[in-house]
Design a binder for this molecule. Structure first.
Ligand code: 13P
Ligand code: SF4
Length: 313
């Protein structure tokens, strides 16, 4: 075992720390994590952990969510610059001004938003429970879905709703190339196309299966195809390949000029930074008591609905 892995193992035992990692982390981090999952699974793990410290190998809004659920615990993020284009698309003041135009609307916010936006939301959702969260409202409810217009549009089409959408996108999923997918499908007629709902509508319409990162992984593990065209971030291939070593996975390129399906924020975390964060207990997430108190309500509502629907245990 490498020195760095040994050091991380030693320190996490000493400090009773848990390492939570998203599927978009580099393989070495996924391999050392106590839990690897999608945003819903990670929020659930954060809500349930008995550890004294959480090392969040993901992006800022995820670590913030873990802090909101564990105000007394230390939550560290190996690189504080690990942001998210969706969270950045809804700055606090702009979001407040946007909501003021819809005073009698309920607000469903995708977990990919800041703690400040969460304080202004009625309920949070992830890509793993968005349909069920939206369907928990009466059919005629006036709803705002923020900040991902691709996921919101997809849920509108699935549920026949007409939610007001914000103008945010995931900079990784939104630019996956439809032309490249069509080309890959022609070259690989035996492959199924699987896509994350953060992709634009034109991609989702072509997909054989649409789901959260965990749902995509589960689909490839249980489905009987041997080949998949994967329209999401590259990190998930590690677990897909581990779960189904005999199958092949083709990642969808973004466009001819760039291979941008590595999330630049997720990939800021490295083993070295993780070790440093564990050792120094820095950089740590700090939030005011007021924000924690208000942001906790819609997150806990999401977890309650998800548990009731059997989406989490
Ligand atoms: P899920 O983890 O819900 O699949 O979302 C993917 C993502 O882009 C997280 O930032
Ligand atoms: Fe945000 Fe997209 Fe990166 Fe996920 S993949 S953290 S949604 S920019």
């Amino acid at each position: 075992m490498s020195t760095i892995v040994n050091e991380i193992n030693e320190l996490r035992k000493q400090k009773n720390a848990i390492i939570l990692a998203h599927y978009y982390q580099v393989p070495e981090i996924q391999d050392i994590a106590d839990y690897v999952g999608d945003s819903l699974g990670l929020a659930q793990q954060a809500a349930q952990t008995n550890a004294d410290m959480i090392v969040f190998a993901g992006v800022h809004f995820m670590a913030e969510t873990a802090k909101i659920l564990n105000p007394k615990k230390k939550v560290v993020l190996p690189d504080m610059e690990a942001g998210c284009s969706l969270a950045a698309s809804a700055p606090e003041d702009d979001f407040r001004a946007f909501l003021s135009k819809y005073p009698d609307y309920k607000v469903i916010s995708y977990i990919n938003c800041t703690a400040a936006v969460k304080t202004m939301s009625d309920v949070i959702c992830t890509s793993g429970n968005a349909v069920q969260i939206v369907e928990s409202f009466p059919k005629d409810a006036k709803l705002i879905f923020a900040p991902d217009k691709n996921l919101g549009g997809y849920i509108n089409r699935l549920t026949g709703r007409d939610m007001v959408l914000c103008d945010g996108t995931c900079e990784v999923h939104d630019i996956l190339s439809t032309e490249a997918i069509i080309k890959l499908k022609k070259e690989n007629p035996d492959a199924k196309l699987i896509a994350h709902p953060e992709c634009k509508a034109a991609v989702l319409e072509l997909a054989d299966f649409v789901g959260s990162t965990t749902a995509l992984l589960n689909f490839t593990s249980h489905d009987d195809s041997q080949k998949y065209i994967v329209a999401t971030e590259t990190g998930i291939l590690h677990k897909m390949q581990q779960a189904s070593p005999e199958k092949s996975f083709l990642i969808v390129p973004s466009d001819e000029t760039c291979n941008c399906n590595d999330c630049p924020y997720m990939k800021l975390n490295t083993m070295e930074k993780l070790l440093k964060a564990l050792k120094n207990e820095q950089p740590a997430i700090e939030l005011s008591e007021d924000v924690i108190e208000k942001a906790k309500i819609p997150i806990e509502r999401m977890l309650e609905i998800s548990a009731k629907m059997g989406l989490i245990k």
